[in-house]
Design a protein around this ligand. Sequence first.
Ligand code: LRH
Length: 493
Amino acid sequence: APGSAFAAVDLGATSGRVMLGRVGAGRLDLTEVHRFPNTPVRLPDGLRWDVLALFQGILDGLRAAAAASGPSVTSVGIDSWAVDYGLLDGDGALLGAPFHYRDGRTEGAAEHVWPKVAPDELYRITGLQHLPFNTVFQLTAAAGSAQLAAAHRLLLIPDLLTHWLTGSVGAEQTNASTTGLLDARTGMWSPYLLDRLGIDPALLPPLRAPGSPAGTLLPYAAAHTGLAPGTAVTTVASHDTASAVAAVPATEPGFAYISCGTWSLAGLELDAPVLSEESRAANFTNERGIDGTVRYLRNIMGMWLLEECRRTWDLRGEPSSMPELLAAAARAEPFAAVIDPDAPEFLAPGDMPARIREFCARTGQPVPESRGALVRCVLESLALAHRRVLRAAAALAGHDVTRVHLVGGGSRNELLCRFTADATGLPVVAGPAEATALGNILVQARAAGLVGDRAQMRALVAATQPLRHYEPSGDRAAWDAAAARLVAASARS
Ligand code: LRH
């Protein structure tokens, strides 16, 4: 049997893609039908997302999905990165291109929140890790602007694009949990926070849960894509990380996950939030997953460090090839220098090789000169950060971790997988690389009645997707020593 077809729109920081998924008894497969670049644009007042280009990419991709699917597409779902939003005026028109979370305008914005809501109180309510670009701080940075004054609705990026496909308005819960305005216990917008921060509650749309209907394609969208008029659009776990975690191929308890792409999101799946002061001090987040689960994790700077190095080299007319970089890194001297991937200077776009070298110089370490040395330094440092975060998560949540699932594009990077197994001392199961799109598809398939509970979704991924296994090996003492150097370098940086 061909199975039912679903279209997953998955938008990442550097590219968007439309995937066609087929789901049937014991069957789950995925084809990429369209990929398009996501290139942010610098305007005089900051860095913006080109949401019109993204929407065009989505329409083109859905057209490709319609053409590729023998059976018609049962439904469509959209996920993307978190925290960013567009504002609609009273007529429903978009007020300007959405800001990119890496735009510098949020610098210092939190200082304006603290007198109204202290950091510890904000954490006790939202359970959200402190990141300078959380929606709550973006709104604070926008306070007093004509744009915000004219706004009637705030729509997170996947909700905005879903609105353009369907006309419906809503705020999907897993993504809403990254705003800093959602109550971690109730899963609802916090009336208290909105009041304290002077945010009009009408700005925030009603919440909707993953798996619920988001409407049907508007006639123009159906005509433009060739999908059947009235094709369903399903609310998926629209925060990409929530979709990725939903597709972690774990078949037993005791697992940790690392969703590794532009960011590394490392942590645990819990039944209830951990809102302790220790958890806040360690900057762990309690974001929402499907079925009311909690994604207890921390952001780690991730492959962004490498992506920005490569973009820097491209701009200089000295492009790199990923296989060559990784081969050079594999040959480079181990543990020559360690950086703290969480250092704030790595957040904004820019000359990443220079920033990494400055970090090493400033912390009294040898400066990685060659590309191979630089990439080795990045990958070892990421593996050490994975270790640091997973150990802290286990301690704070009181959980035993016996294996690590590394999903997302980073799972293709064998060196990173091996380093992560060696650094953590735990077996690593790598893959699927397309966990986010699979999670998107599975939530749609479940809404259509084709798969059962979360455990069955994960079992289906485990049974159908190619996975690689890494047992910890290597020099345990050397990794322990390097972990101590990470602590020292963080303190000195
Ligand atoms: C990963 C991600 C992450 C957020 C960041 C803004 O793509 O969604 O979970 O913290 O983007």
